[in-house]
Every structure is written in structure tokens, then in C-alpha cells.
Design a protein around this ligand. Structure first.
Ligand code: BGC
Length: 769
């Protein structure tokens, strides 16, 4: 845990340069716009410890799988988002010495991420080894308004000398992924070029053949007057630069404007990339930095209008929640249904930038409430389009008749994960995908989605579950053997309650949707049944049979659902009784010891109770919560939020707040000591859920939004926005009571503390405490 980030409601601020924190800050201060993103690396050279990272959404490389012992069924490769060309670089040489903060002494340093307007600003004063002191101020952003572009303003002022400064803005495509399995480089050069004030490199990924053209246009002002920089081109393999040496004067700033664009062959024909790049660069340079920055602020203002959460009375919590919302918006905008949300977004390489169940289980609720419904629809369509591959995946594992097993990790639908206990056994992800369809339809009432896409996915998933269970003669029930639940600290277990519950729920839901679509959209239903060879009678009979006769482990004595068969045989020492030196157990204990222990990595039974809470009375929820939470080590960032929501549901406000704190500033305070690898982007949606579903108690009940809010004791008030079926609501919870403001033309009935309230168009309702 660190606390070097200064508290501010709208900014993330680091003051003073501590190289030990550099990689953490590079993650925290990351920028992105859904289409591309980058870690907060320095523009000038830095020879200290750093993780360089620039990423272009959807551009990946299938890195050949590397495992100790090959298992049949393993995927051939792990698709990872690539470290792409660095477009921020500006080398500076001062009187022959490179400006490099690892070599200079730094008198002043600050980094500031302005979340309101979406830019990163850095200032420093540093002295080189030969005694030359400079002040630098750089501002840069990835444009939200024009998402293939970005810009930098880099102003350098000599403070104690006049002399020679060489400036070399560059584009460097000669980059590597740190997590490359075989230390290979993944890009080939297609072409490159320079002009009087511009340069570009076009690269092609090996194997996948994506092409990305990255270019820059540069202008320089000396003492605020534009100059003819007289750039000389420098070209190396996959690298282009423009170089100029200027005579600078003490206290007269040199300002470099670098306009950049990143264009991918996913969005433009490869043979036109150079031309489009050129046009794009001319267009943004003509617009100018200040106009681009103003557009950026406007684009962010629009985002904040729909998804800001305001917390009064706790600046640190305010900063935490805004940071989470900011990073989510930087990662995924929902513009493109080929893209998804990697667990680290654009802030690092870990997890390959690929899609996990995190999207459906954690991110969908955030986007449903804070963005146009097409954004979540696009996330669902992403999986719909990958259904063919999910069916192939299941077939390769021995399933048939169009059964689908969605991958644990993927870029393009192909499974990429290669630990057998997860690849083959952590199959609950299939259920999360079905649950997201249910959640989307429940929220939006877009029933047409079911007939057009949803049902096809649901049938394929139910086909999988119905083949994955087997009949136990001994139990005279269906069982599901050899699975891994969300708690990855248990592998190859039998009858994981959560997975079995979810599987049965999927089949039940599919049965309902079959009926509904057949009755309401018979033509679409018939076309689908023919397309996928759906034998309604025999298949639905089989599912109904499983639904009725599934076995779930349960402890009569404790009155709790058992995480799996045999869970109670484990030595039951609670987490609170574990020596601090043993935590986190995933770093301190051998794997077998973890597997044999009763410790739970993240919500497992409780994940199921969270999904299906309407099926359980409060006492059942309480018994399970009180049993499982004390055994949970929360070593996944996805864990605290589910516990915060359930604690809130149980009326345990203090604990709800405690769990919220563990998620809200997870990265800002480097809570898990791993932010240097990147931020926990998908769990940030969980933080949002802790506030809205936890403290706000928001649910959808019978087609209506329902709230059960309470105010955490430390706060004066909090408020959040939700969009629901055409209405745009702001819910403010304060000591005075609850205020619901409707910022739309759509009148709406909501439920607050169990009572219906009509909120007229452009009006509000105040419920006094
Ligand atoms: C969690 C998974 C999650 C993955 C990516 C793992 O540590 O256990 O549930 O999908 O991280 O966030």
C-alpha cells in the first residue's frame, strides 16, 4: 500500500520524482480513448526502470503457447494486444548530454492527470550532469473526439544557460512485448517516410497481418514564435525521426507541438493507410493543439454528464471513484463491436489485453447504466459474432450438436488460456455470457435482441451444459465433475455450487426464451431452429430434466450452500487467524497448500447469490455471507465489490463501506502491490457497482428501477447518474434524504425503499429522510 498520490477531486497528482514509483505511475497516469492507449511514459529518454507501452485496440498477435507440459486441447497460441509504435517520443540533448531523468538531478517534478478534461500534464525542473538546468512542461492526450489521433505540447525552457539543444521527435515501431513467450518481435516494417515536418512508419503484425500506420507532424516555437526548424530526417529499421539543433537562450521557451495519428487496417484499407494518415495529420495540425484540447474537454464533459459520481465530504473517495470511471471510459467507448475490455485496459500487458468473463459479470452493469444501450449491445454482439468459434472450441473438447464453450481468454473468439484447470474447467464463464444477455434484456426491455441474436447463443450454451453434466447412479441426480469455480484456489473440484447453479439457471432461462421467441417471433424462431438444427422437444425435455434433478452440495448443519463437495473436510481456520506474514497466500504459500486450504480467492458461492439474490431470503444470504466471507482472502480485485454489495443488502453499512474502500483506491494506493503491471480496469466497474448497487441499492425489479439507498457515515452525500429506458436520472442520497432528478422527457416510475415514485419529465422527487 502506498499513499504518494495527492488527493484532489478531479486530478490525480504526483509530486516529486521517486524512480521506485515510476512504473506504478506509468500505469495510473495512463491515457486512452477506446481506440488506442498508452502508459504514462516520458516523452524524453528515460534509462531508469520503465515499462514502455502503447497499444492499438484490437491489434493482436498470436504468441505461440509456452507451457511446461502440453495437454491435449490446449490452444496453440495466446493472442495478446501488442505493444505498438511509440508516438510520444521526443529526445532532447542539451549541450551534448541527453535529457534523462534517471541521470539528472530533479529539482521539481509533478505529474497530473486531469480527469475532467482528459489530459496528462507533467512539469519538472532538472539539472544535467554538466550543470545545465531546464524547466519542462508537457501536456498530452489521446483524443476522445477524434479517436485515431493524439497530441503533445512539450515546452522546454533553459534556466541557467544559453546554448545548443538538439530536439528529435520520433516514431519508434521497433518495440517488443515484455510478455513475449519467445522474446520475439511481433512487427515487420511495411514502409516509412519523412517530410519537412512529418514522418511515419507503417508496420504489419507477423501472422495476423494487421497493419498500423503511425505518424507525426511537428512544429516548433522559439520564445513563442513559430520557427522553421530545418529538420533533418533520421531513419532506422521501423523508426523515423526529425532532428534539429537550435541555439536556445536562457529563459526563452522552446515549444514542440507533436500531432500524431495511429491508423489500423481494421478501419481503413491497408493500401490507403499512408494517404489517410497524411490527411488526418494535416487536419489535426490545422486545427491546432488548443482546439483539439478544447474538443477533448468537451468530449469528456459529455461523458461525465452521464456517468459522474459525486461524493461530498470525502475527497479521497471522490478521487477514487472518478479515477475508476475515467479509466473505464478511456478503455472502452462502445463504438466498435469488435473491441472489448481487457482486465488491464491500455495500461499494461498483463492478461494480454484480451476478453475475460470480467466484461459480462462486472463491466456490463456499468455500461448499461451509464452509456447508450448500444454500448452494451455491442459487448453482447462481440460474443454473438464469436459463437462459431465457441462451438468449434467445444467440439475440439468432445462436445457436439452445436454446444458452445466460450473461451476463458480471447481476442477473436479462439481460446487462448493454457492452464488446464482454467481452460477446460473454469467453465462458469459460459454462464456469465448468458447472464449478461438476461441482464441486458431485463434492463433495456430490448426483447428483439433475443430473437435476433440472444436465443442462438443461449441454446448453444445450454447444449454445452446439458452435455457437461452427467447422471450419477449413486446420487440419482445430475452432477458436474471436474470444474474450477471463480475461486481459482480450488481446481478440479466436483459440484461447484456456483457453476451448477449457473448452468441450471442458463437452461431454465433458455427454456423461457425459447417459449417467448417461438410465441412472439415465430418466423425468426423457425429460421433459427432450422439453422441450428434445434430439436425443441427432445432438447428442452433434456434441459428440463436436468433443471429438476440437479445436485447441489448443501450443508444441513450450517444451512449454507457448499462451495463444492468436500469443502467442509478442509481445515477451517479463518482468514483473521492467518498470520499476517502468510498473506497474500498466493505469494507466500506453495500452490498445493493453497489448494488444500479452505481459503477462497474471490466471491464464489457469493457470486451466485449476488446474481440470483431474488431467489433467496435475507437469512439465507446472511448465513452464506457470514460463512464464506471470513474464509475469503480477496486476492482477486474482482472480489471486494460483490461483498460490498451483499453487505449493503444485509444492512451492514460499515462492512459495505470497508469493502468499498478496498476496491475504490486499489490502484491509486497500489493496494495489491501490482499496479506497476497495469491498472485493474475491469474491477473498476466493480467499484462503480459497489456505489450504485451497494450504497444506492439499485436493482431492476419487474421492469422498474428500484433503490434501497443508504449514506456511508463518512460522507455528506453521494449522487450518481443512470440511464434507464429513455429516462436520464440523477440520484442524490444525502443526510436530508433522497432526491431523484429526471433530466429527460421520459416520465418514469421508480421504487425507493419499496415504494413507487413517479418522476415526471424534467422534474424531481424529494424523499425526506
Ligand atoms: C481472476 C479471474 C479474472 C482474471 C482477469 C483472475 O485473477 O481470478 O476471475 O477473470 O483475473 O481479471
Amino acid at each position: 500500500m502506498k499513499d504518494y498520490i495527492k488527493v484532489d477531486e478531479w486530478k490525480i497528482i504526483e509530486e516529486g520524482f521517486d524512480p521506485h514509483y515510476n512504473k506504478i505511475s506509468e500505469s495510473i497516469f495512463s491515457l486512452g480513448n477506446g481506440r488506442m492507449g498508452q502508459r504514462a511514459n516520458f516523452e524524453e529518454a528515460y534509462s531508469g526502470d520503465t515499462l514502455q507501452g502503447n497499444y492499438v485496440a484490437g491489434v493482436y498477435y498470436p504468441d505461440k503457447t509456452r507451457v511446461g507440459w502440453w495437454k491435449n486441447g490446449y490452444p496453440e497460441y495466446f493472442a495478446k494486444v501488442l505493444n505498438a509504435a511509440n508516438w510520444i517520443g521526443i529526445d532532447i540533448t542539451i549541450e551534448g548530454e541527453q535529457l534523462d531523468l534517471a541521470q539528472c538531478t530533479t529539482q521539481q517534478f509533478s505529474r497530473e492527470l486531469n480527469m475532467k478534461e482528459g489530459y496528462l500534464k507533467r512539469t519538472f525542473t532538472a539539472t544535467t550532469k554538466n550543470g545545465k538546468q531546464v524547466a519542462v512542461e508537457s501536456t498530452r492526450f489521446c483524443s476522445m473526439a477524434d479517436d485515431e489521433t493524439g497530441a503533445i505540447r512539450y515546452a522546454l525552457t533553459p534556466l541557467n544557460f544559453s546554448g545548443e539543444v538538439t530536439i528529435t521527435p520520433y516514431i519508434d515501431g521497433d518495440v517488443k512485448n515484455k510478455d513475449a513467450n519467445y522474446d520475439e518481435k511481433f512487427w515487420d516494417e511495411v514502409k516509412k517516410g519523412t517530410s519537412t515536418n512529418g514522418a511515419f512508419v507503417q508496420l504489419r503484425t507477423k501472422k495476423t497481418g494487421f497493419e498500423v500506420a503511425t505518424g507525426m507532424l511537428v512544429s516548433i516555437l522559439q520564445n513563442n514564435q513559430p520557427i522553421d526548424a530545418g529538420f533533418k530526417p533520421v531513419e532506422k529499421e521501423k523508426y523515423v525521426a526529425l532532428q534539429t539543433t537550435l541555439q536556445v537562450k536562457a529563459n526563452e521557451p522552446v515549444t514542440i507541438y507533436k500531432f500524431a495519428a495511429n491508423l489500423s487496417s481494421q478501419n481503413h484499407p491497408a493500401d490507403q493507410l499512408e494517404e489517410v494518415l497524411n490527411d488526418t495529420l494535416q487536419r489535426i495540425a490545422a486545427k491546432g493543439f488548443d482546439t483539439m484540447l478544447a474538443e477533448q474537454a468537451a468530449a469528456w464533459a459529455e461523458k461525465w454528464k452521464h456517468n459522474d459520481i459525486i461524493i461530498e465530504g470525502d475527497a479521497s473517495a471522490q478521487q477514487g471513484i472518478r479515477f475508476n470511471i475515467f479509466q473505464l471510459n478511456q478503455t472502452y467507448t462502445g463504438e466498435d463491436d469488435r473491441l472489448n475490455i481487457g482486465p488491464k485496459g491500455f495500461t499494461g500487458e498483463k492478461y494480454g489485453g484480451s476478453t475475460y468473463w470480467d466484461t459480462e459479470a462486472y463491466c456490463v452493469p456499468f455500461y448499461l447504466a451509464t452509456a447508450d444501450q448500444k454500448v452494451t449491445r455491442n459487448l453482447l454482439l462481440y460474443r454473438y459474432k464469436q459463437l462459431g468459434k465457441a462451438i468449434e472450441n467445444a467440439a475440439s473438447l468432445g462436445f457436439n450438436n452445436g454446444a458452445a464453450l466460450y473461451p476463458m481468454v480471447t481476442m477473436d473468439g479462439t481460446e487462448c488460456h493454457n492452464e488446464w484447470e482454467i481452460t477446460f474447467e473454469e467453465i462458469h464463464r459460459n454462464g456469465a455470457i448468458a447472464y449478461a444477455i438476461f441482464n441486458y434484456v431485463r434492463y433495456t426491455a430490448d426483447d428483439a435482441y433475443l430473437a435476433d441474436y440472444g436465443l442462438e447463443v443461449l441454446i448453444a450454451i445450454s447444449r454445452f451444459w446439458s452435455q457437461r453434466v452427467n447422471w450419477s447412479d449413486d446420487k440419482q441426480q445430475y452432477v458436474m465433475l471436474g470444474v474450477t469455480g471463480p475461486n481459482e484456489y480450488e481446481n478440479n473440484i466436483n459440484n461447484n455450487w456456483y457453476t451448477s447453479k449457473l448452468a441450471v439457471w442458463c437452461m431454465k432461462y433458455t427454456l423461457e426464451v425459447v417459449k417467448q421467441v417461438k410465441a412472439n417471433e415465430p418466423d425468426k424462431y423457425n429460421a433459427l431452429a432450422t439453422k441450428i438444427n434445434f430439436s425443441i422437444d427432445s432438447e428442452t425435455a433434456k434441459w428440463s430434466n436436468i433443471v429438476e434433478q440437479m445436485y447441489y452440495p448443501y450443508s444441513e448443519k450450517l444451512g449454507v450452500f457448499l462451495q463444492q463437495d468436500g469443502y467442509l473436510d478442509k481445515e477451517q481456520i479463518l482468514v483473521k487467524d492467518l498470520p499476517a506474514a502468510d498473506r497474500p497466500i498466493n505469494q507466500k504459500w506453495s500452490w498445493d497448500r493453497i489448494l488444500r486450504s479452505c481459503y477462497i480467492k474471490q466471491a464464489d458461492v457469493l457470486q451466485g447469490i449476488y446474481f440470483f439474490e431474488d431467489e433467496y431470503d435475507l437469512e439465507t444470504i446472511r448465513r452464506n455471507f457470514d460463512f464464506y466471507e471470513p474464509r475469503t482472502v480477496h486476492e482477486s480485485s474482482l472480489s471486494p465489490c460483490v461483498h460490498a454489495i451483499l453487505a449493503a443488502k444485509l444492512g451492514d453499512e460499515a462492512r459495505a463501506y470497508e469493502f468499498y474502500l478496498r476496491t475504490s483506491r486499489l490502484d491509486l494506493d497500489d493496494y495489491n502491490n501490482d499496479t506497476e503491471d497495469g491498472c485493474h480496469t475491469t474491477s473498476m466497474a466493480g467499484t462503480w457497482m459497489s456505489v450504485v448497487e451497494g450504497f444506492g441499492g439499485m436493482r431492476v425489479k419487474d421492469g422498474k428501477l428500484s433503490f434501497q439507498p443508504f449514506l456511508p457515515a463518512k460522507w455528506n452525500s453521494f449522487s450518481f447518474h443512470v440511464g434507464f429506458r429513455g429516462a436520464l436520472l440523477n440520484i442524490k442520497v444525502s443526510k436530508e434524504g433522497v432526491q431523484i432528478t429526471n433530466h429527460s422527457e421520459a416520465e418514469i416510475v421508480v421504487i425507493v425503499h419499496g415504494k413507487e415514485q413517479l418522476v415526471k419529465a424534467n422534474a424531481d422527487v424529494i424523499l425526506e429522510a
